[in-house]
Design a protein around this ligand. Structure first.
Ligand SMILES: C[S@@+](CC[C@H](N)C(=O)[O-])C[C@H]1O[C@@H](n2cnc3c(N)ncnc32)[C@H](O)[C@@H]1O
Ligand SMILES: [Zn+2]
Length: 293
């Protein structure tokens, strides 16, 4: 972490101010240390990452399990086995988000549910000297590898890695200049609406959230199957974040204004063993939602 983000942070348990103890600092980055509040909560900083004690998802993205099976390089190969049409549309969506944020002046850009950093890896290449990125994800281990890769890509970039729950971010209200997410909020499943509300809380007034989604048709066979899947896996309501009407409604309920759903590309789903969406043989689109607090 970089000391500049201290003014944004609060204890996620008691909302108290946090004070920093530095044990090891390299090139102004606090690599080892801890954050403590007056309520007696200590949060360790290890390998450059602040660990707020979040626990990975059970149903998907259990990165600790994946890293027991594969090393970072093998994981990269495995995850690149995504159909070409999805890669092309995904790249367009990332470019759209990055072009958009590059026109804004931001001190702090929050990437919600960074995962393996498909968006973050591109953002870090283009990061301006006056900006810092904050990567937030439930998984400590995924952030650890994101940090190692980003240091190679752009050693000058100031990035803060925070293992935390994006439905209870360790940030004070109105502190973040821009928030982005690349299918991250969608991957929060039935917690997506809570994630949107939390993004709204931490954003400064008048600032925007740019978030991408894979969307499908509400009257498709796939949507019916997905609804069943969500019911069976006790994530009822997660299917709403795969249709435009559901997404728009949730952003409005999270108090966002000027909700614009921009279609980046559309195609027909191909066989894909890695992702649940899109469904093989069915229409899908990738959209970017731009909305303002
Ligand atoms: C598939 S990734 C999203 C893709 C990613 N944004 C990218 O650019 O590559 C989904 C991520 O969401 C994270 N996630 C899910 N629920 C979360 C939550 N409540 N808070 C923070 N991260 C969460 C998971 O740990 C996982 O890393
Ligand atoms: Zn506390």
């Amino acid at each position: 972490m970089y000391k500049e983000i201290l003014k944004l942070l609060k204890c996620p348990k008691c909302n108290g101010e946090l004070s920093l103890t530095v044990e090891n600092e390299e090139d102004c980055e606090v690599v080892e240390g801890k954050l403590s509040c007056k309520g007696g909560h200590d949060w360790v900083i290890r390998e450059g990452i602040i660990n707020f004690g979040s626990v990975e998802q059970e149903l998907a993205n259990n990165w600790t399990e994946s890293y027991e099976q594969y090393n970072d390089e093998d994981m990269e190969k495995k995850l690149s086995e995504v159909p070409q049409n999805q890669i092309i549309i995904g790249d367009k969506a990332k470019k759209f988000v990055i072009d958009n944020i590059s026109h804004k002046k931001s001190e702090f850009i929050l990437d919600i549910a960074t995962g393996r950093g498909a968006l973050f890896r591109e953002m870090v290449k283009h990061l301006k000297a006056e900006s810092q990125i904050i990567c937030a994800d439930l998984s400590f281990i995924v952030l650890k590898y994101d940090r190692i890769r980003a240091k190679k890509t752009n050693p000058e970039a100031k990035v803060n890695y925070i293992a935390c729950d994006a439905t209870n971010l360790p940030f004070k209200d109105n502190t973040v200049d821009t928030a982005v997410s690349f299918c991250g909020i969608q991957n929060m499943l039935n917690m997506a609406a809570a994630g949107m509300k939390e993004a709204n809380r931490v954003l400064k007034a008048g600032q925007s959230l740019l978030d991408s989604y894979v969307v499908i048709n509400e009257d498709s066979k796939g949507f019916k199957m997905l609804k069943e899947f969500c019911k069976d896996n006790k994530i009822i309501g997660a299917e709403e974040f795969t249709i435009k009407t559901g997404i728009r409604k949730a952003y409005a309920q999270a108090n966002f204004d000027n909700i614009d759903i921009i279609t980046i590309g559309e195609s027909i789903g191909e066989k894909n063993d890695l992702d649940l969406l899109p469904f093989e043989g069915e229409w899908f689109a990738m959209v970017v939602v731009e909305c303002i607090k």
